[in-house]
Design a protein around this ligand. Structure first.
Ligand code: MTE
Length: 314
């Protein structure tokens, strides 16, 4: 049998919270009439739902952090092709047409292929992943995603030996995206990963959240989620994935390279030139919490960066 050229790096089971656990919490909140209020404070969670760090408790991530309320996850979004206002994206994006949809995977691959949305949804087993998301702006959430590891899709197309990076491109539909022709942003939105980062099992293509199809404002119908990197790496509404030999240009890095690095691993010790990254505001909580190195995923992904100077990621 032919040897697969790239191995994915497995993640620890604690990183994944099974669906029934967070559903228990959502059901509980529904019964209490809390889901939908949007102002649920994690600190108000009843004792029975509290958890020990390191174990996944109902409705929490692997560190025991409570899920961010559904209304906040879907009502406070960054999707600049529609608007720079986080609180109106949901309205502006609601008529975004996401069916039919396809994702072309090309470049340095043995089997270039265009996947229809149906092929993406039925061809790859959809899993539950609860991840922390830390935006470079200093806020964070805990989100239950549905999706599948990106490496499964890449294994289908088989990157060639020359492939070193993966370049992602978002859809750009001026008729449907109010800010598509903005002078400030060189759309389409583009992002990139090193191939080994893309092959890591923590890196997923998300197709849903809270057990519902991905809402348009969160990047329907398929987006990237890379939980140890600042949120801007997690590109939405993907139409193209290209395997390339060199580090690809990315939107934020092109606009302001001194502020937004290509790697953008969450790092409390490296401040953004205009603000500190030491702490963050977890949406739904009062006060600020300390930001974790690599957003708390260093044990799983740290080996990817051995030998790299992590004080120079910007
Ligand atoms: N992808 C596209 N195409 N356009 C965007 O403006 N914003 C990024 C990222 N992906 C963005 C994008 C930023 S800055 C963040 S923090 C996350 O999406 C936000 O994801 P969320 O709105 O689902 O929380």
């Amino acid at each position: 049998m032919e040897q697969k050229p790239y191995r994915s790096i497995p993640i620890s089971p604690e990183e994944i919270t099974p669906k029934h656990l967070y559903q228990t919490r959502r059901q509980f909140l529904k019964q209490m009439g809390i889901v939908g209020l949007g102002a649920f404070l994690a600190g108000c969670a009843p004792g029975a739902l509290e958890s020990t760090p390191g174990t996944a408790a109902p409705g929490s991530d692997a560190l025991g952090d409570a899920l961010t309320d559904y209304d906040a996850v879907t009502g406070y979004c960054n999707f600049y092709e529609f608007t720079t206002n986080k609180e109106t994206v949901d309205d502006l994006a609601q008529d975004f047409i996401t069916q039919p949809w396809s994702v072309t995977v090309d470049g340095l691959v043995e089997n270039p292929r265009t996947f229809s949305l149906d092929e993406i949804l039925s061809g790859f087993e959809q899993e539950e992943r609860i991840y922390r998301m830390r935006c470079v702006e200093g806020w964070s959430m805990v989100i239950p995603w549905q999706g599948f590891p990106l490496h499964k899709l890449l294994e289908e197309v088989q990157p060639t030996d020359e492939a070193r990076f993966v370049a992602f491109t978002s859809a750009l539909v001026p008729g449907q995206m109010e800010n598509a022709n903005s002078d400030l942003f060189p759309f389409p939105y583009r992002e990139g990963l090193r191939l080994d980062e893309a092959m890591h099992d923590l890196t997923i293509l998300a197709t849903g959240l809270y057990d519902e199809p991905l809402p348009p404002q969160n990047g329907a119908p398929v987006r990237l989620v890379v939980p140890w990197k600042y949120g801007f790496k997690s590109i939405k509404s993907i139409v193209r994935i290209s395997l390339v030999p060199d580090q690809p240009p990315t939107l934020w890095n092109t606009i302001a390279p001194q502020e937004y690095g290509f790697y953008a691993n969450v790092n409390p010790n490296v401040d953004h030139p205009r603000w500190s990254q030491a702490t963050e505001r977890r949406i739904g909580e009062t006060g600020r919490r300390e930001t974790l190195f690599m957003n708390g995923y260093a044990e799983a992904v740290g080996s990817l960066y051995e030998g790299m100077d992590l004080t120079e990621q910007y």
